[in-house]
Design a protein around this ligand. Structure first.
Ligand code: ADP
Length: 458
């Protein structure tokens, strides 16, 4: 698989992009804060210059001239608040600058100032000129260079370092987290892909453990269910093939032995022998027809032609036919004229006929055979109930009677009830059996209305 096409990598990139946006946001906010802080410092510097200017103007007001000795302390003190000054008189000639003023002041004050200022470095190389006034008249000017404050430099340096360390740490953490999260989120998908590839190679035995209840969890559940279903279908298919092979073997074996005896001269090649072979051929045909009928019932859910069926009109002719053929049977029929069902009539008659045939077979040794057919509506479902007083079914046999080729009666293929079950399932219905061994059985088919208004439809 191309690594660039992997969903893990895509996830990883998405998470990394989000982290990068968040980190860039933090970085920008930090930069803006520092810029704001610098603006604040600039304003602060201006204020300091005005304080120094006010001091110098005050000095001038007292003695009306610039005396180096008189103003040296004022200029030297300005260094302590981060201002390097060169004082000029009205004509622009230099009177004194900060370093000269340091020479003129008392040594202890000089030491103090130097200890605060350290080795001076300047924010602005080009000095800024501020004029000095007294009563509206210009008395000189100062060239100002701002000293870099050690504390501010340390603060800004530290803030920058902190930011870089923070960015590196958060960046590292977000790379690790993005990697881990994308691996974790896509883990079930990778498991599903592995599993799908196993299934494509025919391995249906393994299942994926479901750990989450989100969409991927639900997808995994569905996938597992699909595997269960495939496994079931696979085993049903195998069983069907085994059953069919078994069923076909009996008539074929008897035909073979019949023909072999004829060929060996043990049995004569006469009409009786041929009739015996012919009966086996008919048996084979019945089996094949039954299998065909069963397969068609299995796929019937796709091709049902459902319509509204008025059950009394639908069942009456079937019941009448059975009454005619089995005249010694007491056959009761009870169905209200209003009972309807939404179903495929052809498939529904197959269901009823199969159940009636079984009931008739079950009653073959009963002295007073009684059959009852009832239809009605119960809890939003239409039911058709077929009750006989025949041989009944043993409790332990009931779970198997809907299986293909299961038969308790001597006659028959054992496919009738499995066909009935498939057809009822195709109608989203269900079939229930109640039976007492030796006393009779009741089979009830329920078909839901599925939101159809069975009274108003026509
Ligand atoms: P078949 O197609 O051979 O009739 P079915 O699948 O319809 O087979 O029935 C399977 C088995 O269920 C029967 O062989 C019989 O043992 C049992 N069975 C079905 N219906 C009844 C019934 N009404 N009374 C007693 N046993 C029944």
């Amino acid at each position: 698989m191309n690594i660039l096409n992997s969903i893990t990598l895509k996830f990883f990139f998405i998470l990394m992009t989000i982290s990068l946006i968040a980190l860039t946001g933090t970085f920008t906010i930090q930069k803006l804060l520092i810029m704001d802080f610098e603006k604040y410092l600039e304003g602060e510097m201006e204020d300091r210059v005005y304080i120094a200017m006010a001091g110098l103007e005050e000095r001038y007001r007292k003695i009306k001239t610039w005396q180096r000795k008189d103003i040296s302390e004022e200029i030297a003190r300005a260094l302590m608040i981060g201002i390097n000054i060169t004082l000029r008189d009205r004509e622009g000639n230099k009177v004194i600058d900060s370093s000269e003023s340091l020479e003129l002041i008392a040594p202890e004050i000089r030491r103090k100032i130097l200890s605060i200022v350290g080795t001076p470095s300047f924010i602005n190389e080009e000095p800024v000129n501020y004029p000095l006034f007294l009563k509206g008249e210009e008395i000189g000017s100062i060239d100002v260079r701002f000293l870099k404050s050690v504390r501010e430099t340390v603060f800004k340096g530290r803030a920058g370092r902190f930011l870089i360390i923070l960015l590196l740490m958060l960046g590292g953490v977000s790379i690790i987290f993005s990697f881990l999260i994308s691996r974790k989120v896509t883990y079930p998908l990778r498991r599903l892909t592995d599993m799908a590839s196993r299934v494509s190679h025919g391995d249906l035995t393994k299942r994926i453990e479901i750990k989450s209840r989100d969409e991927i969890g639900r997808l995994t559940t569905t996938f597992n269910m699909m595997l269960d279903n495939l496994l079931l279908q696979e085993s049903l298919r195998k069983r069907l093939i085994t059953n069919v092979a078994h069923e076909l073997r009996t008539p074929l074996a008897s035909m073979r032995s019949e023909i072999e005896s004829m060929m060996d001269g043990i049995n004569p090649v006469d009409r009786n022998g041929l009739e015996r072979i012919y009966r086996e051929i008919l048996r084979l045909k019945r089996i094949i027809d039954g299998i065909e009928e069963y397969t068609s019932a299995q796929s019937s859910s796709m091709s049902l032609k459902k319509e509204l069926i008025r059950l009394r009109e639908f069942l009456e002719p079937i019941v009448e036919k059975y009454r005619t053929i089995h005249s010694k049977f007491l056959i009761r029929f009870d169905c209200d004229g209003s009972v309807s069902v939404y179903a495929d009539p052809e498939r529904l008659s197959e269901v009823v006929i199969n159940l009636l045939d079984n009931a008739i077979k079950a009653m073959s040794f009963v002295e007073k055979p009684e059959l009852s057919i009832r239809a009605g509506i119960k809890n939003g479902e239409t039911f058709i109930e077929i009750m006989d007083n025949g041989c009944g079914i043993k409790d332990e046999e009931i779970p198997f009677i809907f299986e293909r080729f299961y038969r308790g009666f001597k006659e028959g293929l054992g496919l009738g009830l499995s066909i009935v079950k498939e057809l009822v399932d195709a109608h989203n219905g269900r079939i229930e059996v109640k039976s007492e061994y030796g006393r009779g059985s009741t089979f009830t088919v329920y078909i839901p209305h599925e939101g159809k208004d069975l009274h108003n439809s026509s």
